[in-house]
Design a protein around this ligand. Structure first.
Ligand code: SF4
Ligand code: SF4
Length: 235
């Protein structure tokens, strides 16, 4: 119903599935029936996605958003015809930009994995309401997007500090924490979506979860060394 529901993941998935262009039609800005004004969210998502596309070498003109009312049939037909011609002119996705198909697939897959992280990190800007179209191009800068991907944060549980209280595992939204009673907890880096919840909820008296950026995450502690021996229970 609302263009604000069009998630960044949906757009990237369409490109991953080989779509040459993605068009999003939203209600006119400031004419939203609800207090949410989701069309501004859609606009910000598109502005971010276009910069991400540039970052991986795709032409951002393959993604377009327009705002119009359901009474504007002629405008809709004109916009769609124009967009269709533009996409034809750009050619097949990736080929038109001279990017190797496998390389493009793996780049899109990597970015799709980071969507929850991107949404958390850019939360404030994604919720902003730009008044002037001249502000659109300034919302996300090229440097900012380059940094976004070069400074990706990973989360790591310090085996020396973890007390197996299980709080992090209960709160992880994607079950990325290998958890068992009296076992040092371990983050499965393949499953982790970098939401930061474990970092927030690990009790301050343990502070076992750390953020890592710009260096590799240490390997997980071997399974046979994960058992925590509590004081008084040592043989
Ligand atoms: S950051 Fe922590 S809570 Fe979030 S997905 Fe990764 S392991 Fe789970
Ligand atoms: S919340 Fe902290 S102490 Fe508790 S299991 Fe997770 S990492 Fe370990």
């Amino acid at each position: 119903m609302c263009s604000g529901r069009v998630d960044l993941e949906f757009v990237l998935r369409a490109f991953s599935n080989g779509m040459d262009g993605v068009f999003i039609g939203g209600c006119r800005l400031n004419e939203c029936n609800y207090i949410t004004h989701g069309n501004y969210h859609a606009l910000n998502m598109v502005l971010l996605c276009r910069k991400i596309m540039e970052h991986i070498g795709l032409n951002p003109e393959r993604l377009r958003i327009e705002f119009m009312s359901s009474a504007e049939g002629i405008l809709f037909a004109e916009v769609m015809s124009d967009f269709g011609n533009k996409v034809k002119e750009l050619g097949p996705l990736g080929k038109g930009e001279g990017i190797d198909q496998n390389e493009l697939k793996s780049k899109l897959a990597e970015i799709r994995k980071l969507v929850p992280y991107i949404k958390v990190v850019k939360n404030e800007k994604l919720a902003s309401r730009l008044v002037n179209p001249e502000e659109y191009d300034k919302l996300f800068s090229k440097d900012e997007i380059d940094r976004l991907f070069s400074e990706v944060i990973s989360y790591y549980i310090d085996p020396e500090k973890c007390q197996a209280c299980m709080t992090c595992a209960k709160r992880c939204p994607v079950e990325a924490i290998i958890s068992a009673k009296n076992q040092i907890h371990v983050i499965d880096q393949e499953k982790c979506i970098k939401c930061g919840t474990c970092f927030e909820v690990c009790p301050p008296k343990f502070r076992a979860v750390t953020k890592i950026s710009g260096e590799p995450v240490p390997p997980p502690i071997p399974e046979e060394k994960r058992t925590i021996v509590r004081k008084g229970k040592e043989k």
